[in-house]
Write a protein that binds this ligand. Structure first.
Ligand code: FAD
Ligand code: MLT
Ligand code: ZN
Length: 559
């Protein structure tokens, strides 16, 4: 950590003196070596295996025993129009997919609870369905035949990708059939000149990114669950992630999709064109539809060139006001090389520390931390910009302390303090998650107001009898996207009542969005009216009725 040893005391000195005594030479040579180390090691490839290991080996404690969604929310009633599965239905699917254990999990003709369990429970262990049948088609034609049959026989279905969704959209509520995308996992084509990738929807995000890395390209979306989530799931949720600031939304980067409608119709809009103004852009409807209109089976996406140089800096700041100043400076000074600007509060970092036991990046604690990533094509150019930025925020006293990654290990380690928050929270108990867009000046106030409200209700504390452990905030500051998380010892109705509709009313008063990037699923369905007008919700319902007149696609959710 030679670099950190140089920079951290220097930053601290500056913070104390308020002068520009930083040894420009040491900062400059340090930043240069950092940038070079980053470049020579290629770019970040964080997450997958580490994240997956954690998920598989460490139990989460959301509830003493995972409760069924139907028990927890008795007001949601099974739609009697849907048929109940029979052995005859299963026989049809078995005939279609082959008598192949890997294509079908059958709990209708015999007990298969253990095999079905992972498909019934969501990542947060908050929602649990009663699904008795999982189908894993491996071609578009199989999807088409399955959906046509389900539509004719009034069998409800839930498309499921990596099952990392955070709003309860990916698991059944009652006995819906799970349509797993796991066998649609082929990369179909890549154009090395344009950077256009065509792949099946079940390709895991990290697999796609590693493939692209071998060609000198990068997937324009990155998120902590990349080792498990799939491209189809990413599109279906319109996932935003860590670099939206740089590469934009999937609404801009996706060039085409192939989708299967509930009646079996295959919509082939797998365009590879960047420009195509011929009529309504129908693919956009499937991006963010969370499996309510049809199943996305293939994806065509525009991928940027992989950056040759990447740098990551991690700062401690004394106030949210200073975070805003740092962001403003970063945009102004780093401009085109800025690829991420992430915010974490001390509460979130203390939780990561508590769960992982890892040494914290900075020697002292601060109320706020920012992680800044740069990605560029010219090492010297990027280094110079970053040096100037660092000197400037230090001189102005915007940043209280900081450290820079000087090799890929440190770069990953710094990212893990941001990306590891979700996992850390999940290990502590039940988490009430709010993923919101709010104008930046007011953004963190939501965390403070919520914390005060929970404390006033007598629910927050360190003792085992206090339901709430912590109210924390973190998120994609570059996108005005805050993740307000209320970490409880176990999901608790008293807590939920204090939080909802309070949080949604707070957001609506400031013209924010109750779902910035995770979607609506089951969790937010009934709150859509806080962010969308009755006219818009009415139009959405008409669209749903047009695409899925019988309502078999992912029922009970979204709108
Ligand atoms: P699933 O969870 O399986 O499904 C999600 C929804 O999409 C469901 O409604 C499902 O029915 C539907 N669906 C899935 N596949 C298809 C398909 N092929 N066709 C039609 N519908 C389909 N989200 C962000 O936006 N930004 C983040 O930074 C972020 N970080 C995360 C970090 C962690 C640790 C975790 C656990 C989640 C994170 N998420 C984030 C949540 C995010 O929604 C998912 O990670 C991802 O986009 C969902 O993909 P999936 O394949 O797991 O989909
Ligand atoms: C993130 O930004 O870490 C994800 O959206 C997941 C979360 O909100 O916890
Ligand atoms: Zn996020």
């Amino acid at each position: 950590m030679a670099c950190r040893q140089q920079i951290t005391p220097a930053l601290r000195r500056l913070a104390r003196s308020g002068t520009s005594e930083l040894s420009r030479k040491s900062a400059r040579s340090c930043a240069q070596s950092i940038a070079r180390a980053g470049a020579s090691n290629g770019s970040r490839c964080f997450s997958s295996s580490q994240q997956r290991r954690l998920q598989q080996t460490t139990p989460r404690h959301g509830q003493a025993k995972d409760e069924f969604t139907s028990t927890k929310y008795p007001e949601i009633k099974r739609d009697d129009r849907f048929s109940r599965l029979t052995p005859d239905h299963v026989a049809y699917f078995r005939d279609l997919l082959g008598d192949n254990g890997s294509a079908l999990i059958d709990g209708v003709n015999g007990a298969a609870d253990d095999d079905l369990a992972p498909f019934n429970s969501d990542w947060m262990r908050k929602y649990r369905g009663h699904c008795q049948l999982v189908l894993k088609p491996s071609t578009t034609e199989e999807f088409s035949k399955i959906l046509r049959y389900c539509n004719e026989h009034m069998l409800a279905v839930v498309p499921q990708g990596g099952n990392t969704g955070l709003v309860g959209g990916s698991v059944p509520v009652f006995d819906e059939i799970v349509l797993s995308m796991s066998r649609m996992s082929r990369i179909l084509d890549f154009d090395e000149v344009s950077g256009t990738l065509v792949a099946e929807a079940g390709v895991i995000l990290e697999v796609a990114d590693q493939f692209l890395a071998s060609k000198g390209y990068i997937f324009p979306l990155d998120l902590g669950a990349k080792g498990s989530c799939q491209l189809g799931g990413n599109l279906a949720t319109n996932a935003g992630g860590l670099r939206l600031l740089r590469y934009g939304s999937l609404h801009g980067t996706v060039l085409g999709i192939e989708a299967v409608l509930p009646d079996g119709t295959v919509v082939d809009d797998l365009s590879r064109l960047r420009k195509n103004n011929t009529g309504y852009d129908l693919k956009q409807l499937f991006i963010g539809a969370e499996g309510t209109l049809g199943v996305i089976t293939k994806v065509s996406i525009q991928c940027p060139q992989r950056p040759a140089a990447q740098n990551v800096a991690f700062f401690g700041l004394e106030s949210y006001e200073q975070c805003q100043k740092a962001f403003r400076e970063a945009k102004g000074q780093l401009s085109e090389i800025l690829s991420a600007f992430e915010l974490m509060d001390e509460g979130s970092q203390a939780l990561v520390h508590r769960v992982t036991g890892n040494k914290r990046p900075l020697e002292s604690t601060y109320p706020f931390y920012c992680l800044i990533e740069t990605s560029g094509s010219n090492v010297d150019h990027d280094s110079e910009k970053l040096q100037n930025f660092l000197e400037s925020v230090m001189e102005q006293g915007v940043v209280a302390d900081g450290t820079l990654a000087q090799d890929e290990t440190q770069l990953r380690s710094l990212w893990s303090w941001r990306e590891g928050i979700t996992e850390a929270l999940g290990h502590l108990g039940g988490v009430y998650k709010y993923d919101v867009s709010i104008p930046l000046p007011q953004m963190y106030q939501l965390v403070e107001d919520t914390r005060a409200r929970v404390a006033e209700a007598g629910l927050l504390g360190d003792s085992e009898s206090d339901p709430v452990r912590a109210v924390v905030g973190y998120g994609h500051m570059g996108d005005s996207n805050l993740h307000l998380n209320v970490a409880t010892r176990a999901f608790d109705e008293r807590v939920e009542k204090v939080l909802e509709p309070f949080v949604y009313e707070w957001i609506a008063e400031r013209q924010g969005s109750i779902s910035a990037e995770h979607g609506l699923g089951l969790a937010k369905k009934k709150f859509i009216g806080y962010s969308r007008s009755p006219i818009m919700v009415g139009l959405m319902k008409q669209i749903k009725g047009l695409y899925d007149p019988k309502g078999i696609m992912n029922p009970y959710k979204y709108i």
